[in-house]
Design a protein around this ligand. Structure first.
Ligand SMILES: NC(=O)c1ccc[n+]([C@@H]2O[C@H](COP(=O)([O-])OP(=O)(O)OC[C@H]3O[C@@H](n4cnc5c(N)ncnc54)[C@H](O)[C@@H]3O)[C@@H](O)[C@H]2O)c1
Length: 354
């Protein structure tokens, strides 16, 4: 371990703000620079006393930067990650890893040939309530999980109705690649990384093309038309016979405001994660039967925590201490393979085998 701080650069100042907050809590890190093409860069840099750059390449050309967080639109993850690795930086990239499996594979290969760390920001997996459920599963309390139902459903939450988010080339897709990737990640992590064998999916775009149900948020980029889905549903078959039902939307006439969660059905018990409008209290229930058959629901009081702060702690320890780089880029690639298959399944109207 050296006494020199790890000097990080953050590329992108939207969710990049959460990365900055995470790095600021790390005693061994200096936020050296922030890059981006919009005004939020200056505000963020002023908060942390960092230098500013416009185009990402300007930041990557700085020799004093050891590691970067890549927080740019999905369509730039591949290009910026490979450039950063070639420039000798360790990389923490936002989800989704990439738009396609080929892009993801090239990113992993670039990390390998550069001998640098490539990690992905699946911040929701790092939530304390998700980690609690994982401990319950690993202790054997739930038995074998044979079915999972996971969702992230919004009623009116298209992130930037004219932004890069709705441009197929820049985003790679709609809520499935944006929100569904988090839920797929949590589900596969909790189930112990079973191998997906096939997917059957359908997507819809009912509100976006009519310019309805946009979110009131600052997003960058521009899209002349609405090109992605606003709802997706998928059935994923796993090796060994378990299945996952995944549903996700940015816009519906439905009961959810902006809610995510899952139910895991196990042979000895079940677990529910339910996060309603980002409210982080009483999010978990565990279900099982007593020996006499009495059904019991546990409501564990889990302290709020984890998220981006934990992802960044993992990244810093991976770079400085050789700790495991988790969530891993390999996990990011596996999620991208499933999501890509879902889009193909929807387009072709049939089951796709992986
Ligand atoms: N993990 C999460 O909870 C979470 C939440 C939101 C977004 N994200 C992910 O973060 C990424 C960014 O999303 P966002 O909501 O912050 O988008 P955004 O539009 O708010 O911000 C994008 C940022 O990238 C910058 N940028 C674009 N092109 C650039 C270039 N060539 N060089 C330098 N900077 C450039 C923009 O100026 C802007 O600061 C996406 O991949 C998204 O999926 C993750």
């Amino acid at each position: 371990m050296s006494n020199t701080p790890l000097r990080v650069g953050i590329i992108g100042a939207g969710i990049g703000k959460s990365h900055a907050e995470g790095y600021a809590k790390q005693s061994r890190v200096q936020i050296a620079a922030i890059a981006g093409l919009d005004a939020r860069v200056q505000t963020l840099a002023a908060t942390y006393g960092a230098r500013t750059y416009g185009e990402y390449a300007e930041l990557l050309a700085q020799p004093d930067i050891d590691a970067v967080s890549i927080c740019v639109p999905n369509g730039l993850h591949h290009e910026v990650t490979i450039a950063a690795l070639k420039a000798g930086k360790h990389v923490l990239v936002e989800k989704p890893l990439a738009r396609t499996p080929v892009e993801g594979e090239e990113m992993l290969a670039a990390a390998k040939s550069a001998g640098k760390i490539l990690m992905i920001s699946f911040n929701h997996r790092q939530r304390s309530d998700v980690q609690y459920i994982k401990q319950q599963i690993d202790s054997g309390r739930l038995g074998r999980i044979y079915y999972a139902k996971a969702y992230w459903m919004r009623r009116a939450g298209i992130p930037g109705i004219n932004s890069w988010f709705v441009n197929k080339g820049m985003a790679g897709g709609g809520p499935l690649i944006d929100l569904g990737v988090h839920m797929l990640d949590i589900t596969m992590f909790l189930m112990g990384e079973p191998t997906p064998v096939s997917v059957n999916a359908a997507t819809y775009a009912e509100f976006g093309p009519r310019g309805q149900k946009g979110m009131n948020s600052v997003r960058t980029g521009a899209s002349a038309s609405y090109e992605v889905e606003d709802l997706a549903t998928a059935m994923i078959r796993l090796q060994g016979g378990a299945t996952v039902q995944l549903e996700t939307s940015w816009a519906t006439h439905g009961p959810n405001g902006d809610d995510f969660g899952l139910v895991l059905y196990g042979t000895e018990g079940g677990a529910e994660l339910k996060v309603v409008n980002y409210r982080n209290v009483d999010t978990v229930r565990i279900f099982y039967d007593e020996k006499d058959g009495t059904p019991v629901d546990l409501h564990p009081k889990i302290p709020d925590g984890g998220g981006h702060g934990q992802v960044i702690d993992n990244f810093v320890r991976a770079v400085l201490d050789g700790a495991p780089a988790v969530p891993s880029a390999e996990d990011g690639l596996r999620r991208t393979q499933v999501i890509d298959a879902c889009y193909r399944s929807s387009a072709e109207g049939r089951e796709i085998r992986l």
